[in-house]
Design a protein around this ligand. Sequence first.
Ligand SMILES: *Cc1c(COP(=O)(O)O)cnc(C)c1O
Length: 367
Amino acid sequence: MTHGLHFRSTRAEISRQALTHNVQLIKEKLGNNYLIGVVKADAYGHGMISTAQAIAANVDAYAVAYIDEALALREAGLTQPIVLLEGCFSAAELPICAHYNLLPVIHQQHQLDAVLTTRLARPVGVWLKADTGLHRLGWRPEQLPAVYQQLDQSTQVASITLMSHLAIGDTRHQFTQQQLEAFTDLCAQTKPSAQMSVINSPALLSATKDISNGYAHWVRSGIAMYGVAPILEGVELPPLQPVMRLLAPIIALRDIPQGDTVGYGGTWRATRPSKIATVAIGYADGYPRSAANGTPVWLHGKQVPLAGTVSMDMITLDVTDLEQVAIGDEVELWGPNLSVNIVAEHANTISYDLFTGVSQRVPRLEV
Ligand SMILES: *Cc1c(COP(=O)(O)O)cnc(C)c1O
């Protein structure tokens, strides 16, 4: 679907210039820390290979969720180390990790056992994860020093980076402070000279001082690279530029009388004689079905409200207040003119969900 003809103009434009600009801003905030470009889930729906290529010269490593994603990067010829954030599902992956310089996270006993016992032709670099409060993956803090020792003493292990993950990225939050402090203490206790990694996009964007506490830190950034700040009120944000612009054409226009309803379930009712535009994008394309009546789209330099339930292939808009609307006019669902965060709020979700939800039906076009 990403090759060949597209008679429907619905598309996600991906701005390489915006991506490069954002990475540059992130690097300015990094200090002497390292940057990991998080490109899991098809680079948050932006296209993994093209994104990874665009940032290759500016990142020190990539991170993906699991090995298949990493191997696709290797197949495309990308050479930086790649962190596997979920680690390995089975021991069979370890020789492949060692061969391709993939760095699995070790967060479970079976993964530790596999590293210590699987025969490897060359040692594998690993990331050792501590659970400092998210309670999703990772060793309990008191387990960490002993696990570290076992890995450190194994000839199968080439390097160990210590990591943890934050439940609330905002560094002004007390729980985040608590997690950061617990992690720093734990690193000092486990191996003071170890490389470490705990900062993600919201933590980086909300940090007011040097986040690394004097250590060189591997910063894992996803959403900020794609030009979106998770809503961080009261933070002076760098001028990130949205990388994705989601567009779709108007394919029908009609006038309806006051009192009539629009769409499945009749959830929107015209309070005046109204003009309705039908747009060729729906929940099968990844436009969220949860987007409520009134969710804005961008049309002719204005925010225009959704009128009626999102259907599989189409949405309907109340364009009564627009003077000139024509078949073929293009609507921006989110992008530089309409923040994805606004749509996410109306749809009761977050930008990450909207980006990764854009389906394979929608061609990504690099611009
Ligand atoms: C996805 C992910 C990140 C990136 O988070 P952003 O908020 O997009 O910067 C970092 N660390 C881990 C463990 C992740 O799963």
